[in-house]
Design a protein around this ligand. Structure first.
Ligand code: SF4
Length: 320
């Protein structure tokens, strides 16, 4: 079956005071129907910009996004508004995303009104169904967002995102603003909804332990590029790229008998307006060699000791 989403050589650029920032610099991946891809990396790596670009909430400078067989980068504004029925987003800040003056019923039902779905009675019934789906009481519809906790507000945002029965949900740091105790409830809710509704998800987070719980595959990003992508269990068990290894060394292994040695990254993330030539990670890479400055390694299938080949971008990893 063809993938639900195919992103090919996507570029997003911003003009900043220091120069042009290549926030997304040639990213490509596909997402199968019903699959969850976790996108991880430090703040500033371009993961949130990638999420927004997939939905065309920011305009790509180049590249192609194919959703369900259609090149959506060619759609005009009206065409894209219609397409967004199938592609929804949940952001980090549940309060900022909800209009405080509106009742929850209006907030959750608004996409139905915008897309002229049903009449008043059927929309009210759908709102009640959605509130139940995300575990909120029916009387929530009559209340305002400030009457709810952070976790409940994120449930309201999720109910709204699901109103039009999208096939793709981009979840951008959906639990980062929540207390740890509430995070797992929202993660479990998203996993449950994915299983029940067959949703595909791009799940963006800086928190690897959160991503591990929901993802089938993981993409690790550094300075606008994917440096490693593969099955979540394989990447978590044996990360191949030096950056992925360093990131994952801070996360406890699922098997407590297999402790990881902590790898501390040298220095800060480089200025994104002036990334290093060659491999962009070379200024912080504990394994860097002279050839790393000469050319940028391609993201390609590489041999991994004791594991199936996996896509990674590092000169030290042999091509598969
Ligand atoms: Fe490190 Fe060189 Fe591999 Fe880049 S190409 S990750 S600098 S070893």
């Amino acid at each position: 079956m063809s993938p639900l989403l195919e992103v090919r050589d996507l570029h997003v650029r911003y003009e900043a005071r220091g120069g042009t920032i290549r926030a997304v610099d040639g990213v490509g991946f596909s997402l199968a129907r019903g699959e969850v891809l976790g996108v991880v990396g430090e703040s500033g790596c371009g993961k949130s910009t990638l999420g927004r670009a997939i939905l065309r909430l920011v305009e790509p400078a180049a590249g192609t996004i194919v959703f369900d067989g259609e090149d959506i980068t060619r759609l005009d504004r009206r065409g894209m508004v219609a397409r967004r029925r199938d592609m929804q987003v949940v952001f980090q800040d549940p309060f900022g995303a909800l209009n405080p003056r509106h009742r929850v019923g209006e907030i959750v039902g608004e996409p139905l009104v915008v897309h002229r779905v049903g009449d008043r009675a059927s929309r009210a019934a759908r709102v009640a169904e959605l509130l139940e789906l995300v575990g909120l009481p029916p009387d929530a519809a009559r209340r305002h967002p400030h009457e709810f906790s952070g976790g409940q507000r994120q449930r309201i945002a999720i109910a709204r995102a699901l109103a039009l029965e999208p096939r793709l949900l981009v979840a951008d740091e959906p639990v980062s603003a929540l207390d740890v105790s509430i995070q797992s409830q929202v993660i479990n809710l998203l996993s449950d909804l994915r299983a029940r509704l067959g949703l595909s998800m791009v799940f963006i987070s800086h928190d690897l332990s959160v991503v591990r719980h929901v993802s089938d595959r993981i993409a690790v990003m550094y300075l606008g590029r994917i440096v490693e992508i593969g099955a979540a269990a394989e990447v978590f068990d044996a990360p191949a790229h030096p950056y992925a290894r360093a990131l994952l060394s801070a996360v406890p292994h699922v098997d407590p008998s297999r402790r990881r040695d902590r790898i501390l990254l040298q220095g800060e993330m480089p200025d994104p307006a002036h990334p290093p030539g060659g491999c962009a990670f070379r200024t912080r890479c504990p394994a860097a060699e002279p050839r790393c400055a000469a050319s940028a390694p391609a993201l390609a299938a590489r041999r991994i000791a004791g594991a199936p080949p996996r896509e990674a971008a590092c000169h030290l990893l042999e091509a598969a």
